[in-house]
Design a protein around this ligand. Structure first.
Ligand code: CAA
Length: 423
C-alpha cells in the first residue's frame, strides 16, 4: 500500500492477522446470536488495539488517526460489527482527549488503552438526532455535583461499556453554552439500560437506550471541569471519529469486493466462470475503482487530522460520506454478483450489505456530512471572490447587500426602462 510508513504498516498487518484468525471465523456466530463478542474483544485487547489512539503518556501506543483507521478497515473487512464494536471506544474516549482535564485523562485513558474499560458515547436522544443541540437530558446542579435526568437513544456499546460520555443540558437558557459532558460509570445508582435494539446489521454490538433517573455525579465527572463546552466537545469528537466510520465503510466495501471476486471466479454459467463476462467485469472494475477512491480519501482525511490541517473537519465529513456511500453501493453490487445465493444467509455476503447501511446513518447522517462540507465551502468562498471580480460590474458588487443602494438601483433601472435603455 503506497504512502504508508512503517508504523502504519505494522498496525495494518497486525489488524489483518487478527481479523483473519479471530474475527472472520466468528463473524457469523455473533451476527446470529446478536451478542457482544467478548472473545473477540479480548483478542483485540491482547493485540493492543485499544491503545492505538491513546497518547503514550496515558498508557497508549501513541498512534495516529490513520493508524486507527487502518485497524478499523482491516477488522471491518472481516466483520462490520466488530469494526464498530472496536471504534466506538475511540468515539467514547475522544471527548476525554478533546476536553478532559489532566485528572480525567490520567484516570481513564490508561484503563481504556489496556482494554480494561470499554466506553460509549451518549449524545443522540429520541428527539435529538441530527439536531444534536436540541437534546433534553437535564443535569441540575446540586451541591458538589449534578443530578442527571432523562434518556439517551442509540447508545452503541451500551450495557457492555463500563464508562459513558453523557451529553446533558446544564444551562437551558444559554444558546451557545447550553450543554456539558459527564463521565458516568456503569452501576451508578439510577443509571440503567432500557430497550435493547433488534438491528438489521452490526448485530454483535449492542445498541440500547440508556436511562438516567436522578443519577448523581460529582463535579469531578464534569468533562474538563467547566460547564457549557459539551457541544464543542461533541463536535470536536465527531470530527476526529468520522474517518473511523469512513474506514469501517471502506473495510466493508473491500471485504465484499474480495468475496465477489472469488465468487465470480467460481460460479459457472453458460459454460464459463461469470467473471469472464464483460457485464460482471464492468461491475468488478467499478467496485474496485470506487473502493480505491474511498481509500485515498479516508487516508487523506486521517492525515489531515493528524497534521491538524485547516478544514480537517471538511475532509472528515467528505471521507465519511464518500466511503460509506461507497460501502452501500459496493456491498449491494457484491450481493448482485452472488445472485440468488447472495440474498440467502448461506454465504457471508448479505451481512456486508446489512452492516453497511448503518454507516450512512450514524455519527452524522450523510446528509449532515454534506451540510458540513457545504458550510465549509461557503466559508471558503470569501477568499475566492477575486476570481470573478473582473466580470462583475463594480456598482452591483458594492451595492449588493445595501438596501438603499439596491433601491436606488431599482429606481435607476425603472428610469432606464422608461428611456428604453438597459445599460
Ligand atoms: N468543532 C468545534 N466546534 C464546533 C464544530 C466543530 N466541528 N462545529 C460547530 N461547532 C461549534 C460552533 O462554533 C458553534 O459555537 P458557538 O455557539 O460558540 O458559536 C456551536 O458549535 C454551534 O454550531 P452550529 O450552529 O454550526 O451547530 P448546528 O446546531 O447548526 O449543528 C451539525 C451543526 C453539523 C448539524 C451538528 O449538529 C451535527 O454534527 N449533527 C449530527 C450529530 C451526530 O453526528 N450525531 C451522531 C451521534 S453519535 C453516533 O451516532 C454514534 C454511534 O452510535 C456509533
Amino acid at each position: 500500500m503506497p504512502f504508508l510508513n512503517d508504523q502504519n504498516r505494522m498496525w495494518q498487518e497486525k489488524a489483518r492477522e487478527v481479523a483473519e484468525k479471530v474475527v472472520r471465523p466468528l463473524a457469523r456466530k455473533y451476527d446470529l446470536l446478536q451478542e457482544y463478542p467478548w472473545e473477540i474483544k479480548d483478542a483485540l485487547a491482547e493485540a493492543g488495539f485499544f491503545g492505538v489512539w491513546i497518547p503514550k503518556e496515558y498508557g497508549g501506543a501513541g498512534g495516529t488517526v490513520l493508524d486507527l483507521c487502518l485497524v478499523i478497515e482491516q477488522l471491518s473487512r472481516a466483520c462490520g460489527g466488530v469494526g464498530v464494536m472496536y471504534c466506538v471506544n475511540a468515539l467514547g474516549s475522544f471527548p476525554i482527549l478533546v476536553g478532559g482535564n489532566e485528572e480525567q485523562k490520567a484516570h481513564w485513558l490508561p484503563k481504556i488503552a489496556r482494554g480494561e474499560k470499554l466506553i460509549a458515547f451518549c449524545l443522540s436522544e429520541k428527539f435529538a438526532g441530527s439536531d444534536a443541540q436540541s437534546l433534553r437530558l437535564a443535569a441540575r446542579k446540586d451541591g458538589t455535583g449534578w443530578v442527571l435526568k432523562g434518556e439517551k437513544k442509540w447508545t452503541t456499546n451500551g450495557g457492555a461499556a463500563d464508562l459513558y460520555t453523557v451529553f446533558a443540558v446544564t444551562d437551558p437558557a444559554s444558546k451557545s453554552r447550553r450543554i456539558s459532558a459527564f463521565l458516568v460509570e456503569k452501576g451508578t445508582p439510577g443509571f440503567t439500560i432500557g430497550k435493547i435494539e433488534d438491528k438489521m446489521g452490526i448485530r454483535c454490538v449492542p445498541v440500547v437506550e440508556t436511562v438516567f433517573h436522578d443519577v448523581r455525579v460529582e463535579d469531578a465527572q464534569l468533562l474538563g471541569g467547566q460547564p457549557g463546552f459539551g457541544f464543542h466537545h461533541a463536535m470536536g469528537t465527531l470530527d476526529l471519529a468520522r474517518p473511523g466510520v469512513a474506514a469501517q465503510g471502506l473495510g466493508l466495501a473491500q471485504g465484499s469486493l474480495e468475496l465477489a471476486m472469488v465468487y465470480g471466479a467460481r460460479r459457472q454459467q453458460f459454460g464459463s466462470p461469470i467473471n469472464s463476462f464483460q457485464m460482471i467485469q464492468q461491475m468488478l472494475a467499478d467496485m474496485a475503482t470506487q473502493v480505491e477512491a474511498a481509500r485515498q480519501l479516508v487516508y487523506a482525511s486521517a492525515r489531515s487530522l493528524d497534521t491538524k490541517m485547516p478544514a480537517a473537519n471538511k475532509m472528515a465529513a467528505m471521507a465519511k460520506l464518500f466511503a460509506t456511500d461507497t460501502a452501500m453501493k459496493v456491498t449491494t453490487d457484491a450481493v448482485q454478483i452472488f445472485g440468488g445465493y447472495g440474498y440467502m444467509r448461506d454465504y457471508p455476503i448479505e451481512k456486508y450489505m446489512r452492516d453497511a447501511k448503518i454507516t450512512q446513518i450514524y455519527e452524522g447522517t450523510n446528509q449532515v456530512q454534506r451540510l458540513v462540507v457545504a458550510r465549509n465551502l461557503v466559508k471558503e468562498t470569501g477568499a475566492l471572490t477575486q476570481l470573478l471580480e473582473a466580470y462583475i460590474p463594480r456598482e452591483v458588487q458594492e451595492g449588493f447587500n445595501d438596501p438603499a443602494t439596491l433601491a436606488a438601483q431599482k429606481a435607476g433601472e425603472g428610469e432606464a426602462a422608461v428611456r428604453g435603455t438597459t445599460s
